[in-house]
Design a protein around this ligand. Structure first.
Ligand SMILES: [Zn+2]
Length: 381
């Protein structure tokens, strides 16, 4: 199966080093980007982008799935598919604590992470690549426990609440890193009954890879501690919709001043008490672009290539050889802006027209965003 996309207005790469690429065509074959600025003239399917902006499919860095396309937290069916209509082609589980009646003994925690990992690997809800299965750590776990889940394909470990024994906490991080696993730590106040607050000193001491919702989920740590995390560590800074937006702006400005935008990623921290937010990452990107001087194409990198890089995923960038997980987006009808980037710059979220996953068009006309001023035309099979 081959697809040629022509008449692209702008290409946003998802890479901060070179956020915009000056090409008008992309050739896709076998689900991957094969040529950028191609001279190939024919393909089984031709898509005329009519000047729309091509970006990587967005990643939601922070979701709480359980199984399939149902969330018990907000009793919503089809939430992943709805996020696809908000441009989300991949999402990263930050744990599956919303399982009704979740047992918290070690074997059950391991089984839950393993089962979520395997079931989402086998079935993409709504076509979205859900990286399910994040082991919620507790201080009684041993290296053998980490090895068990690693062997079953679990890729991430998370401190949902502080492990009181610091030596054991550091051991858990080391055991994860020895297996190339990513270690996340809840950052902020109590989010659920039984979850304890963390502080910056714990991050400095334990050194996880990612400060999950550094702007709080929903309650952030005090401002001086947030600054300490940004300045004194090189931990990944996860900014979420279901947090404090004033703190998100502060963190982003601090990271930008320090040339540390590569550490920032965007997510929603949903489904949660905040709800199900299909346009959450897009909304966060628009808000942060509107409230800072950071270029819109760079903010898109925070919601795509950065997250992919932090999680060792192949997606999130418009580059030769990568999976063709992509979006064609534009200015919404009625907007004073003419392009998707101008729309973001104004603080409005752009219109999603077409969403591809592995080169396949899964959305043509988002049911969640406003319609774009122009739309793509698709010819062929
Ligand atoms: Zn969360």
């Amino acid at each position: 199966m081959s697809t040629l996309v022509t008449n692209i207005g702008q290409v946003v790469t998802g890479r901060l080093e070179e956020p915009i690429l000056d090409v008008e065509t992309v050739y896709i074959e076998g689900g991957r980007i094969r040529e950028l600025g191609t001279t190939t003239a024919t393909a089984e399917t031709t898509i005329n982008a009519n000047g729309l902006t091509l970006t990587p499919g967005l990643l939601d860095s922070h979701v709480h799935p359980v199984f399939g396309d149902y969330t018990p937290r907000q009793q919503t069916v089809g939430w992943c598919e709805s996020y696809l209509h908000g441009g989300i082609t991949s999402m990263i589980s930050n744990g599956e604590p919303h399982l009704p009646g979740r047992p918290d003994d070690i074997e059950s925690a391991k089984s839950l992470a393993t089962l979520a990992r395997k079931s989402y690997s086998k079935k993409r809800p709504g076509g979205v690549k859900v990286r399910g299965g994040t082991l919620i750590l507790n201080g009684d776990m041993t290296e053998a426990d980490i090895e068990d889940v690693y062997r079953e394909g679990v890729e991430r470990l998370k401190f949902l609440m502080p492990v009181e024994d610091r030596d054991r906490a550091r051991d858990l991080v080391t055991w994860g890193h020895e297996r190339d696993m990513i270690v996340l730590m809840h950052c902020g106040g109590t989010s659920l009954p039984g979850v304890k607050s963390t502080n910056a000193e714990m991050f400095v001491d334990i050194e996880p890879d990612i400060a999950a919702h550094v702007n709080g989920g929903p309650t952030p740590i005090p401002d001086d501690e947030v600054a300490k995390l940004v300045i004194e560590t090189d931990i990944v800074l996860d900014l979420v919709l279901a947090g404090n937006q004033r703190v998100a702006v502060d963190v982003l400005k601090m990271a930008d001043e320090r040339n540390d935008l590569h550490r920032v990623q965007l997510g929603t921290d949903t489904p949660s008490g905040t709800g199900v937010t299909p346009l959450g990452v897009l909304l966060e990107a628009a808000f942060l672009t509107g409230m800072t001087d950071i270029a819109p194409e760079s903010v898109i990198c925070l919601a795509s290539g950065n997250t992919a890089r932090h999680h060792n995923l192949d997606t999130g960038r418009i580059e030769k050889g990568r999976p063709a997980d992509m979006i064609l987006m534009g200015a919404p009808k009625g907007s004073q802006a003419e392009t998707a980037l101008e729309t973001l710059n104004a603080g409005t979220y752009p219109a999603i027209d077409t969403v591809f996953v592995d080169g396949e068009v899964l959305v043509h006309g988002s049911r969640n965003t406003a319609p774009a001023k122009t739309t793509t035309t698709i010819e062929g099979t």
